[in-house]
Design a protein around this ligand. Sequence first.
Ligand code: ZN
Length: 171
Amino acid sequence: MSKPTDSLAAFYAHALAIEREAAERYAELADAMDEHHNDTVAALFRKLGTLEAEHAASLEKQADSVGAPRLAPWEFDWQGPESPEAAPHDEMHYRMTPYQGLEVALANEQRAVAFFEEVARHAADPRVRALAAEFAAEEQEHVGYVMEALSRELQPDADWALDLDPPNPPA
Ligand code: ZN
């Protein structure tokens, strides 16, 4: 099992997986916001998804240039069951308000910052430490975008999950 702190190639492999999953999850979050007709938050999630996808594309080139392995998801060394920047699936509630969507996005971005900061502190290779610090700073920027958007959204009602009109009522 390779750890992101092991080598430049291992770092690239992990970072690539993080950014790819983040891009996919932002596409899902943006779709969820469309359900609420919240164009502002949907647009923010699409923008963040594009940033993560661009990151992934450039990482892919760099990873190939150092011969980084393409690891299967189960080979990655994550703290949790999913990569640091991916929203846990059980949080993808169809009743999720923009506020809750932003909270999920914020948690994801903060986990990404923590992940890259950890690697920046503990990697033996100074190139990995420098790259990880760069990524941590970029993810910190994403945290800023999400926090700004959160401050514009109202707190949801406490009973947001109380579903009075389910889309697929049991027969
Ligand atoms: Zn991010």
